[in-house]
Design a protein around this ligand. Structure first.
Ligand code: GLN
Length: 234
């Protein structure tokens, strides 16, 4: 199972999110603290972020482990953004091992990461998936339905595959959307912005756990959590 995170708030370096915290994604790639499925996230990693003046996110992905990408470590301190999605991957058995199978996926406007698995046979046919990996097909479905229908899409897919795990994390530069469906997610709200992460990247007591089967929305005004057991807000 992968680990992912997102940030919306004050502009900060990508390194401060992905590499520098004591339990950063870098550390989580070999020593996650709350991971329920899989032990090491060595099958690739990716980061996408929005910068002023460009509506489309910039993205850097790799099929290598995050610790095997030292060039990124030299660049990350000078990449700055106020809206970031990043992930490290532990590939589900049978899924392709390639850069295009690594989150975050994009339709050019949204970034989306999937922590979990889903039976590809239950997904409706979609166009423009970046890879045949389950997560890319799911991302293409979310993009096709529209991220504002994220809660409905997760409920529908979860009903079609009761064994599915569907923790999703999406961003468009102005807000974050996330779901919990089978795995952990924590939130950190500060004066400088809001972080969502599969697990806390440090021991700050301000981190809170998001209940399973929730829809999370983060805007500059704050964070809202809605149970997915009842119809989502549209
Ligand atoms: N199923 C996805 C993959 O194979 C995500 C796996 C995960 O969350 N560990 O990449």
């Amino acid at each position: 199972m992968c680990r992912h995170l997102a940030w919306l708030g004050r502009t900060r370096s990508v390194a401060s999110l992905v590499l520098e915290p004591p339990s950063s994604l870098l550390v989580q790639s070999w020593a996650p603290r709350r991971q329920r499925y899989g032990t090491v996230n060595a099958d690739g990693w990716g980061v996408g972020f929005f910068v002023p003046g460009r509506s489309r996110p910039a993205r850097w992905r790799s099929a290598r482990p995050l610790w095997g990408d030292p060039s990124f470590a030299s660049v990350a301190p000078v990449l700055h953004s106020g809206c970031v999605v990043a992930a490290v991957r532990s590939a589900t058995v049978g899924m392709p091992l390639e850069e295009s199978a690594v989150a975050p996926f994009t339709d050019g406007h949204w970034l989306l990461s999937h922590n979990g698995r889903v039976d590809r046979a239950v997904l409706p046919p979609v166009r423009d998936a970046e890879s045949t990996v389950d997560s890319a097909l799911l991302a293409a479905l979310v993009f096709a339905r529209g991220p504002d229908a994220l809660g409905d899409t997760v409920r529908e897919v979860g009903a079609a595959d009761p064994a599915a795990r569907l923790n999703l994390l999406a961003a468009d530069g102005a807000r974050l959307l996330a779901t919990t469906w089978g795995d952990t997610l924590s939130a950190l709200v500060t004066d400088e912005g809001t972080a969502l992460a599969s697990e806390p990247w440090d021991d700050d007591p301000a981190w809170t756990d998001v209940p399973d089967r929730s829809l999370v929305e983060v805007t500059p005004d704050g964070l809202t959590v809605t149970p997915l057991d009842r119809p989502a807000r549209r």
